[in-house]
Structure formats: C-alpha cells, structure tokens
Design a protein around this ligand. Structure first.
Ligand SMILES: *Cc1c(COP(=O)(O)O)cnc(C)c1O
Length: 360
C-alpha cells in the first residue's frame, strides 16, 4: 500500500519551532525537497534567461501538486480526530478532489466528493475517471447552492465524517507552504538557485500565495510573491488573501511571538483569468502544451495554463529583465492513465460530462 517517504522525519518548521512538534499533528507524505530547475525549454523563459521552476508537480508518486504539503497536516489532523470518512467538494475537474481521492485510497480512508459544474475539458474527464478509479464516492452537485446542500447532507450521514474544505486551505494546511519556503531557503543556501526576486504561483483559495508570502517575510526576503488569480474576484482579492494570511500568521505567532510583527507582501495578477474560473483563454490553452514541454504531461486551463500566461507576461515586461523569476509549479505531473473500466465506475448522473462539448 502506501510507501511513506523514508527520509522525511519532520517538517523543517518543527526544527525551527520545536514546540510545534507536540501541538500540531503531522504525517510524512511528501518527497522533498522538490527540485528547482532553470526553465530553458520555453522560448519566453529562455529569452529572459533567469527563470526557474520549483517542481512541486513531482512531490509524491501518489499524486503531485500543491495539495500534498497541506495534506501532511490535514490528514494527520483527521486521523487525530478519529475521522472515518473525508467529505469534500470542488469543481468537477478539481485537483483538490483528485488529490483527496488518491491519498484517501492510499491511506485507507474513504472519501466522498460533491462536484460542482465547471467548463468541460479533457482534464475534467481525466479527473472524473481518476477519482472513480481511486474508489471515491462521487456526487453530482450541479450549481453552487445544491453542492453546498449535498455536501452538508453527505456530512450529516455519519458524525465521524470530517469536512475537507474546498481548496484544502486553512491555517494548519498552510503550514505546508510555510515549510516549503524554509525548503527553498535551504536550496538557495546550497547554491541550487539564486534567491528569486519574484515567485509566481496560481491563486485559487490563495492558501499557497498567503503561506509563501508569509514565509518570505519570516525569512526576511524582499522577494515579491505574485499570485495569479484563477478564481472570481469575490473569492480572491487583497482582502480575502489578507484574511487567509493573517489567520496563518496568528497560528505561526503561537510558536514564534515575533511573527506578529511580520508584514507579508504579495501582488495579485488579474489579467490571466479571462471570463472566469476554468474558462479557456487562448493563453491558457497555449499553456497546456507548455506544461507538457516542462513536465512531459499536458497541463490544463484552470491553474497551470493561466499561471504560465502570467509568467510569460512578467518575462516580457522590460522592468523585470534583470530579475530572477521562480515559477512554482503546482499541477501534478503524476497522473496515471485511467483504466478501461473507470468510466463504468463514474456514477450515471456524472456521465453527462462525457457527452458535453469540450472547451479545451
Ligand atoms: C489547488 C491548486 C491551485 C490553487 O492553490 P491555492 O492555494 O488554493 O490558491 C493552484 N494550482 C493548482 C494546480 C492547484 O491544484
């Protein structure tokens, strides 16, 4: 079954703040450090000359991407609370749902996921098949309101079910990306790459953005953290990111009182989202192949396509010619091809996705 990473004793955070070790449940899931590599295969990055990637796409053989660092804290917390089932919700192509389904299967905890509608894509098909193959119970949520209602109903079936919030974000979960900044700091000290002037990362629930910028402030770095907004402005804006950040900062300050003084800074990039969450802008569609060039597996339009569109815009900005840019790659490149019978395991109500016209 699940092979935990042998050499992962504890997050760097616990070495930095030993009191955390006894107060915060944690279990090893990540194969870290993830590599940092110079990007030379994408023409706009090669022309710029100082563009790097942080390969969180390869963080685990179970499933990669940016949910896994958070799961080290979330799954440990569920276990500590005696949860018997995880209930979650997300878009029909949500990577959070796929990550939950795959780690639920690997760790032996059943998963129920309520899926809301989003634009139909190849990636959505792949996600549905993967979630079904992982044995997750999949429920058609339809619109947002019905998804909330059905999630609540799924939770109410068993008092020992635990809710994994859409986006898998929250102060405890975000410790994963605070820890990731300590990892990057060690890589910079070891000479693996220069200290970046800019880090580019997609922002949905903005847990990653909030934690990376808090981490940069904690390290005393002046690095600008650019969050590429991929969800509606109502869900991702200066106020909402600030709230996520301060909640994470308060948790950190329980273990390091100086952390209350930090003033983390971040920038939001609003020009990549186009008409909305999951909407296929031409630049995001171009990103599908760019991700294949980077990792060997195609990308998708919701997260990585838009993040790469923003990276390109920054590379082409004359004011950023001499800056070192780090693209934090958050999309899993571990996505085994689904088995032939996976389609039969998708509930009938959700098979309508296989007939829907694809936008990308
Ligand atoms: C979930 C996800 C994001 C969004 O991260 P947040 O921390 O929720 O902002 C970005 N990219 C990918 C590939 C994701 O799966």
């Amino acid at each position: 079954m699940f092979e935990p990473p042998h050499d992962r004793r504890a997050p760097r955070l616990f070495d930095a703040l030993p009191a955390m070790r006894d107060a915060i449940p944690w279990r090893p899931l990540c194969h870290v450090p993830t590599p940092v590599e110079r990007i030379t295969a994408l023409p706009f990055a090669r022309d710029h000359g100082r563009v790097w990637a942080k390969r969180d796409d390869r963080i685990s053989p179970v499933y990669g991407g940016n949910k896994v660092r958070r799961f080290e804290f979330l799954f440990a917390d569920f276990e500590a609370r005696g949860a018997r089932r995880i209930v979650t919700a997300g878009g029909a192509a949500s990577t959070q749902v796929t990550a939950t389904a795959r780690f639920g299967e690997a760790l032996g905890i059943p998963v129920t996921a309520v899926l809301f509608d989003q634009p139909a894509t190849h990636f959505l098909h792949e996600a549905l098949l993967s979630n079904a193959a992982a044995g997750a119970e999949l429920i058609d949520g339809g619109g947002y309101a019905r998804t909330v209602w059905r999630t609540w109903r799924a939770l109410a079936r068993d008092p020992q079910s635990a809710l994994l919030m859409p986006g898998a974000s929250g102060p405890r979960a975000n410790l994963g990306y605070l820890d990731a900044m300590l990892e990057l700091d060690a890589q910079v000290r070891d000479g693996a790459m220069p200290r970046p002037d800019v880090i580019v990362v997609p922002a949905g629930s903005s847990g990653t953005l909030a934690a990376l910028s808090l981490g940069a402030a904690w390290l005393g770095w002046s690095t600008e953290i650019v969050g590429v907004r991929i969800t509606a402005l109502a869900a991702c804006n200066r106020v909402s990111v600030g709230l996520v950040q301060r909640a994470t900062q308060r948790l950190l300050a329980r273990f390091d009182r100086h952390a209350t003084l930090l003033r983390p800074r971040f920038t939001l990039f609003h020009k990549a989202i186009g008409p909305g969450y999951g909407a296929p802008t031409p630049e995001a569609i171009a990103g599908i192949e760019q991700v294949r060039t980077l990792t060997g597996l195609p990308g998708e339009v919701t997260y990585s396509g838009k993040a790469l569109a923003a990276l390109r815009a920054l590379c082409e900005d004359p004011a950023r010619r001499s800056q070192t840019l780090l693209f934090w790659h958050t999309l899993s490149s571990v996505r085994p091809a689904p088995s032939a019978d996976a389609r039969d395991r998708v509930p009938v109500a959700l098979r309508r996705w296989f007939d829907a016209p694809l936008v990308a």
